[in-house]
Design a protein around this ligand. Structure first.
Ligand SMILES: [Zn+2]
Length: 183
């Protein structure tokens, strides 16, 4: 991709980050297979508070659900008591897994392979096209978010960060990046 095209793509993705979805206890659809209330009352941390979420995150979760074609559950979105650097503090990140958790181990291995092959992965490309630019395996679940710093500047997909995060007890946890700067 030419630099000009990459810059255009980045601008488009930045604009996508800015579109917000009101997360409330609403049975309106957030995307094809998810209700807005599933983000308001996720299965593991049901805070049940209203907030604004980048709507690209709902689109990104749907991309994973479509890719694996199995029911999917939102486990955690807003967590006001997280560390201040966590994007979950104000609901700018979504954690999810397959609804049938017995399938998750196998799916997780497939996600890791896609992430490691981010340059050629159609899954990663489709997720980044939504505007979501942080794709992580986080303590064994899928974590999707948007941010503007600590990204890899890539010729392939613009500014992204694809990797894994493990809570190892240190302040920021242990990060492993799969994406790398390519420009
Ligand atoms: Zn997360």
């Amino acid at each position: 991709m030419s630099r000009e095209k990459v810059n255009k793509q980045r601008l488009k993705n930045i604009l996508k980050h800015k579109k917000k979805m009101k997360i409330t206890n609403s049975n309106e659809p957030a995307s094809k297979n998810f209700l807005i209330s599933e983000y308001w009352c996720p299965t593991v941390t049901p805070e049940k508070i209203d907030f604004d979420m980048p709507d690209c995150l709902a689109a990104a979760v749907q991309v994973f659900r479509d890719f694996f074609n199995v029911p999917w559950q939102i486990t955690s979105v807003i967590r006001p008591n997280d560390a201040s650097w966590s994007p979950h503090v104000n609901g700018q990140a979504v954690d999810s897994v397959s609804a049938d958790t017995s399938l998750w181990g196998e799916i997780l291995i497939k996600i890791r392979t896609e992430f490691q092959n981010w340059k050629t992965s159609q899954l990663v490309k489709d997720v980044v096209a939504t505007g979501c630019n942080v794709l992580l395996i986080e303590n064994g679940c899928l974590h999707l978010s948007v941010r503007t710093t600590n990204l890899n500047s890539t010729a392939e997909l613009g500014n992204i960060y694809v990797g894994e995060w493990v809570n190892d007890g240190s302040v920021y946890g242990l990060n492993t990046a799969y994406s790398s700067n390519t420009i």
